[in-house]
Write a new protein. Structure first.
Lengths: 113, 113
């Protein structure tokens, strides 16, 4: 069975640009969460979607947005990139979004120059 | 304001000995705790969890202890193996947080052969 897949694996963008990161959950998982991990810190919660609706949002500016599609895949969009947005972006899926059964993807490494 | 703290950035242990990783939290509403392990270039993988109604949970070589009055939990690995070398994240959740997690900054464990 395929795990959580994220694309691209690495990305370099320039300040002010826009980026879209993609995530495909494990088959049967209806919830997707996004986390940002800055070097030397733990993952920080950005969004959770369940059944295509936003269930939770972390303390991130409005430049960050996300959506979930009917096939439960998800996109994370970041506008007007800042140098501080450079991080590993992790996607996690679970069946219901509850505390059990979180599976993370390998992440997308975003570098903003 | 770090709600989940792991005050030891790194820990080195000899193979076969016990590894003890510590985690402290400040939010008394947290009622579910997890440990994740992360290898380089991979996403975090779930290791073991404990709910606030318990004070101990074991799974093979891994045991998590929870001291609610001290707002402290620890992960014991016995015996430690070189393959355990990774970054370990403590994470906490509460029902009011939408079932998403607050992660600590991680502790890098090195198990020396």
């Amino acid at each position: 069975d395929a795990g959580v897949t994220q694309s691209p694996t690495h990305l370099i963008k320039t300040r002010g640009q826009h980026v879209t990161l993609r995530c495909s959950p494990i088959s049967g998982h209806k919830s997707v969460s996004w986390y940002q991990q800055v070097l030397g810190q733990g993952p920080q919660f950005i969004f959770q979607y369940y059944e295509k609706e936003e269930r939770g949002r972390g303390n991130f500016p409005d430049r960050f947005s996300a959506r979930q599609f009917p096939n439960y895949s998800s996109e994370l969009n970041v506008n007007a990139l800042l140098l501080g947005d450079s991080a590993l972006y992790l996607c996690a899926s679970s069946v219901t979004g509850g505390a059990f059964g979180y599976t993370f993807g390998s992440g997308t490494r975003l570098t903003v120059v | 304001d770090q709600q989940v703290k792991q005050n030891s950035p790194s820990l080195s242990v000899q193979e076969g000995r016990i590894s003890i990783l510590n985690c402290d939290y400040t939010n008394s509403m947290f009622d579910y705790f997890l440990w994740y392990k992360k290898y380089p270039a991979e996403g975090p993988t779930f290791l073991i969890s404990i709910s606030s109604i318990k004070d101990k949970n074991e799974d093979g070589r891994f045991t998590v202890f929870l001291n609610k009055s001290a707002k402290h939990l620890s992960l014991h690995i016995v015996p430690s193996q070189p393959g355990d070398s990774a970054v370990y994240f403590c994470a906490a959740s509460d029902a009011n947080y939408g079932q998403n997690f607050v992660f600590g900054p991680g502790t890098r464990l090195s198990v020396l052969p």
